[in-house]
Design a protein around this ligand. Structure first.
Ligand code: RB5
Length: 149
């Protein structure tokens, strides 16, 4: 898979281990920045990664900000994006198995680098379970169809 990665300054501390986990699991990545600790606005990076996933440039995305909250809220404003804000290993796996998440968001002021490596590995190894979960994800798509302009 090709994984789009984006972060603001608050999530930059996790990006190295996220990329390391992507490489160690034999996937490719596209790095949409940021690359310095200069203050930037997380919606700009959420947009880059969300569009890469929607347009098929990437199969999945990983977003990082201070908490993972702002960047996940922004990503979820794009139709077709299911961005899961993850702070534990179980959720990193379940967000794919049950929710077919196509972006995972983590917080650089919540998780440490070794957590980020672990969560990324679990997210990449997980597969959507389908079945009853597919019915539920399709209901989310119906909500999008009704409410997105
Ligand atoms: C930036 O200071 C911080 O607000 C941002 O990284 C993120 O935590 C927002 O949700």
């Amino acid at each position: 898979m090709k994984i789009a990665v984006g972060c603001d300054h608050g999530g930059l501390n996790l990006k190295g281990q996220v990329i390391r986990a992507i490489i160690d699991n034999s996937h490719e990545y596209i790095d949409f920045g940021t690359d310095t600790l200069d203050s930037v606005d997380y919606p700009d990076y959420a947009e880059k990664v969300a569009l890469a996933v929607i347009n098929g440039q990437a199969d999945k995305g990983i977003l990082l900000c201070g908490t993972g909250i702002g960047i996940s809220i922004a990503a979820n404003k794009f139709k077709g994006i299911r961005c899961a804000h993850v702070t534990d290993a179980f959720s990193a796996q379940m967000c794919v198995e049950h929710n077919n998440a196509n972006i995972m968001a983590m917080g650089g002021r919540i998780s440490d680098s070794s957590d980020a490596y672990d969560f990324t590995t679990k997210y990449l190894k997980a597969s959507f379970a389908g079945g009853r979960h597919d019915i539920r994800v399709k209901k989310i798509e119906l909500i999008e169809d009704k409410n997105f302009k």
